[in-house]
Write a new protein. Structure first.
Length: 495
């Protein structure tokens, strides 16, 4: 959703340009290792009749187009360095991986990689030339959004009283080092003010990163309980029902290109109106109107996907453990442990067909949890076909699969704009079918939570429109276990 809001104004304009001439967008670098029309050879009469070597040495790496991004940031993403030797049979795989890694930084709209053959003293060498088209990194844009679990729940009521508005300033790739500095000032349904600073590389080895953020928010209305798997809201127009301050910092260690360890600590201080206790018991703990706690989170991510935002090939593994309440603060009564496991697999099965599947598990041994911190299905995790429902619970599992057909292969349209970061517009279109299943284990809210403690499933068909700046428009028609069906819109990949 944030990326959708960020670029929607530009996107409306780009839709008007569809009649412009286009050309096929070559997704992967297909440049031959030894291009015959660009071969540069240093004479070596003794090596003319020698058999071809089974490895190639990377001679020089040249980079063009990085007006803002520092050279070492790009080199960090490459699976090879200057003077590395690579098996001849694997060089194209390495070049393809390098391009995917650079695109997955979200720093560039386009990346092309060319090679030039160099023969020196009988050794096969290549120069690698990387050309990038940088994105626009500064986004001073207004905030206008509706605060709902997803677009579809808002569309049911079209209630603009739940709109947020304000000003958001994000400086991506700050100092050309992939750092991110952002400020936001938000009003409306949720008043929120905050600052975030992320530093991906702290050391010369570029393996360690860190970040910190602070935010303050308050509301006149909050969801205080769930009945019949729907959220119930409490509103007090003349008083703030909930106020919350959070501060967090994290440290990350990136071993290699694909593996990342992250350790995060967070402090939260919240309070709710005394009046809320007349409607809800257990929003915090018992009849408490104030709560503070420390959170410690560790996660490990192994990411081998060809693209983070809309992957078609590769796999993703994530392990995460979160402890709410460390016993270090006075009146820190919360004690909740959450364990997460995520596995996603993507595979190309023919020239235009792609298959994907995922498994997501959350386990919590704590059966008694404040409503404020418990999360089942219906927020970030959900089963398609149940977008309108919230299924409270302490533990859950979901599995998803999807089969896509590539209707329109990735293409580029040239748009007559004077800004080079916006005048190349790429897009692709996919149609597919899908099926999801899930189960929520609940020992606390079973009285009015009929979708918990039973298997649920959904299935349907849809279309995905993918375009630049990681924008995805997903249109699906879904059916669920209760024979309900409907049309749903989302702005991220289904799996």
């Amino acid at each position: 959703m944030p990326s959708f809001l960020r670029f929607i104004f530009n996107y409306i304009f780009f839709l008007c340009m569809f009649s412009l001439q286009s050309e096929d967008y070559k997704v992967f670098c297909q440049t031959p290792v030894v291009p015959p029309d660009s071969e540069r050879v240093e004479p070596d009469s003794k090596s003319e009749n020698k058999p071809q070597q089974n490895y190639i040495t990377i001679n020089k790496i040249g980079i063009l187009g990085n007006k803002t991004t520092k050279r070492h940031i790009l080199l960090r993403e490459l699976p090879f360095l200057e003077n590395d030797t690579v098996d001849r049979d694997k060089i194209q795989e390495k070049l393809k991986s390098a391009r995917e890694n650079l695109l997955n930084t979200s720093l560039f709209n386009f990346v092309t990689i060319d090679t030039v053959s160099v023969r020196m003293a009988g050794a096969d060498r290549i120069d690698v030339l990387i050309t990038v088209a940088e994105r626009w990194y500064t986004w001073p844009i207004p905030i206008f959004e509706v605060q709902e679990r997803n677009f579809n729940t808002w569309w049911q009521t079209k209630n603009f009283e739940r709109a947020n508005y304000g000003f958001y300033l994000d400086r991506e790739n700050f100092r050309g080092r992939k750092e991110d500095l952002s400020f936001y000032f938000q009003f409306g349904y949720t008043e929120k003010y905050g600052i975030t600073y992320k530093i991906p590389y702290l050391t010369r080895k570029q393996t360690s990163g860190a970040g910190l953020s602070f935010s303050y928010s308050r509301n006149h209305e909050i969801a205080y309980m769930t009945a019949d798997n729907k959220l119930l809201y409490f509103k007090y127009p003349t008083e703030y029902v909930r106020e919350e301050f959070t501060g967090k910092m994290y440290y990350s260690y990136r071993s290699g290109i694909h593996n990342t360890h992250t350790l995060e600590t967070k402090y939260l201080n919240g309070k709710v109106s005394d009046t809320l206790n007349h409607y809800s018991v257990g929003y915090f703990i018992g009849q408490e109107t104030k709560m503070q706690y420390l959170l410690l989170d560790y996660s490990f991510r192994m990411d081998h996907r060809d693209a983070k935002y809309f992957p078609l090939k590769g796999y993703y593994l994530e392990l995460e453990a979160t402890k709410l309440g460390l016993g270090l603060l006075s009146k820190e009564k919360i004690d909740v442990l959450n364990l997460f496991f995520t596995l996603k697999k993507y595979q190309k099965i023919s020239s235009r067909f792609y298959l994907a599947g995922s498994l997501r598990i959350k386990f919590s041994p704590n059966s008694d949890q404040p409503y404020y911190v418990q999360r089942g299905l219906g927020f970030g995790d959900y089963v398609r076909g149940y977008e309108y429902y919230v299924i409270d619970g302490q533990s859950y599992g979901t599995t998803k699969w999807g089969l896509k057909y590539e209707i329109i292969k990735p293409k580029i349209r040239v748009i007559p704009l004077p800004f080079e970061k916006f005048n190349l517009f790429h897009y692709a279109l996919y149609a597919g079918i899908f099926g999801d299943a899930g189960y929520v284990d609940d020992h606390q809210y079973t009285g009015n939570n009929f979708l918990a403690n039973t298997y649920i499933y959904g299935y349907g068909t849809g279309i995905d429109f993918v375009t630049y700046y990681d924008m995805i428009f997903r249109f699906e028609y879904s059916f669920n276990k209760m024979l309900e069906h409907g049309f749903f819109v989302s702005f991220n990949a289904g799996i």
